[in-house]
Design a protein around this ligand. Structure first.
Ligand SMILES: NC(=O)c1ccc[n+]([C@@H]2O[C@H](COP(=O)([O-])OP(=O)(O)OC[C@H]3O[C@@H](n4cnc5c(N)ncnc54)[C@H](O)[C@@H]3O)[C@@H](O)[C@H]2O)c1
Length: 375
């Protein structure tokens, strides 16, 4: 049984509540947030003592491990404090605001023999894992292209001001690209050697990197493209049976007019939305936009609840089990890592994803491809 502390009791942590309550190998032992109302609510729901500051929780002796769901610009400080105290760490994505901080955390965890896992990110989702298994089986030949298309209202969802600042890990490249690049790395199965990126800011009233286009070249010659547009016009869920990233049916509706509200009102709406946005009873598999894989002998995409594999023989559907949500699967991987099993989404993986986000922005700024150092 892993005794887990939760640091940062906001939207991301909210989504872990039910998976934590039902996980057989994890027990929430303490929670931490400077906001008294968040402490009171999580403490009551999870029947765990609360702390107002991170040092007090990590030094309490109550926990073997922590989940960190604080704002991205605080991840390095909080993960360092936990590792220093000898605790295993499950860290939200994006892992850090600087890739070098992520690699430093990975080194620290390795030196101390502690687990450092980054998640939830969408390559934990069962359909992406199943695609990876088909690719790795070799039955479709080598993977050559993976294309991801995501169109949502990300920019206009209620947010903390930092979530729109790229220098603090905000904007769509760090927040949503981190998921897309994580999927591309897991499916293309090799190191990224170069990145070409373009970024866009369409709305001066709500200035941020709200859209991007990125092309990743992998050492094995595979190409990954990630397109994201967060401006809330066309929804790519129209391409995936109206099913969104958490497996719920999300029919088209015009975007909310967020820019007219005060920041207090926006925070209140963010907290209200967090209670229902990422549920634990989704009727369908998660669809993080349209993910289309091309191998030499066939293509793969998601059906509503499984995979479709297109080959010269025709199209086959493989249904997938929907009994475990993405966060149940994250907890499974974390428990395995705590037990000493090597896992995919380790610290080095998370830091590599941040280095791809950095490269997209650098390429957009300079107009040139960025070569990535091999890790
Ligand atoms: N995996 C996903 O799909 C997903 C979804 C949402 C957010 N996230 C990630 O989760 C992180 C948090 O985002 P969010 O939307 O939940 O933000 P949020 O503002 O809803 O929550 C952050 C929480 O951290 C608390 N906090 C701030 N300073 C703290 C401190 N010093 N010690 C302890 N707690 C502190 C805040 O009071 C708040 O409760 C970000 O890195 C974001 O990228 C991931």
């Amino acid at each position: 049984m892993v005794r887990l502390g939760i640091i940062g009791l906001g939207a991301a942590a909210q989504a872990f509540i039910t998976p934590l309550q039902r996980h057989e190998d994890v027990k929430v032992a303490a929670v931490c947030d400077p906001r008294p109302e968040a402490r009171e609510s999580f403490s009551k729901t999870l029947d765990a003592p609360s702390f107002a500051d991170v040092e007090a929780l990590v030094g309490s002796g109550l926990c073997d491990a922590v989940y960190i769901g604080t704002p991205t610009d605080l991840h390095f400080e909080h993960a360092s404090a936990a590792l220093d105290a000898g605790l295993h760490v499950l860290l939200e994505k994006p892992m850090c605001i600087h890739a070098e901080d992520g690699f430093a955390l990975a080194d620290e965890a390795e030196t101390r023999g502690l687990a450092l896992v980054v998640g939830h990110s969408h390559s934990h989702d069962l359909p992406i894992r199943a695609m990876r298994e088909v690719i790795r089986s070799g039955r479709l030949g080598r993977v050559r292209m993976v294309n991801i298309l995501g169109y949502t209202d990300w920019v206009y969802r209620p947010r903390r001001p930092e979530e729109l600042r790229s220098d603090l890990g905000g904007g769509v490249t760090y927040r949503q690209g981190a998921h897309q690049f994580d999927i591309l790395c897991s499916l293309c199965g090799d190191q990224v050697v170069s990145v070409i990126g373009h970024t866009f800011d369409f709305d001066p009233e709500r200035s941020t990197v709200g859209a991007h286009s990125a092309t990743l070249t992998f050492a094995n010659g595979a190409i990954g493209t990630a397109i994201y547009n967060g401006y809330g016009h066309f929804p790519s869920s129209e391409l995936t049976g109206e099913i969104g990233e958490w497996g719920y049916v999300t029919p088209y509706r015009p975007r909310a007019n967020t820019s007219a509200t005060s920041s207090e009102d926006e925070m209140a709406r963010k907290r209200a939305r967090a209670k229902t946005a990422i549920g634990s009873d989704a009727p369908h598999q998660p669809h993080f936009g349209m993910v289309l894989v091309s191998c030499e002998k066939g293509d793969i995409r998601q059906s509503l609840d499984g995979l479709l594999i297109y080959t010269a023989e025709g199209c086959e559907e493989h249904p997938l089990d929907n009994s475990r949500t993405p966060r149940d699967l994250v907890l499974d991987e974390f428990v395995a890592a705590v037990g000493g099993t090597p896992v995919l989404h380790d610290g080095r993986w998370g830091a590599t994803v941040v280095s791809i986000c950095d490269a997209v922005h650098e390429s957009a700024r300079t107009g040139k491809p960025v070569r990535l150092a091999q890790t």
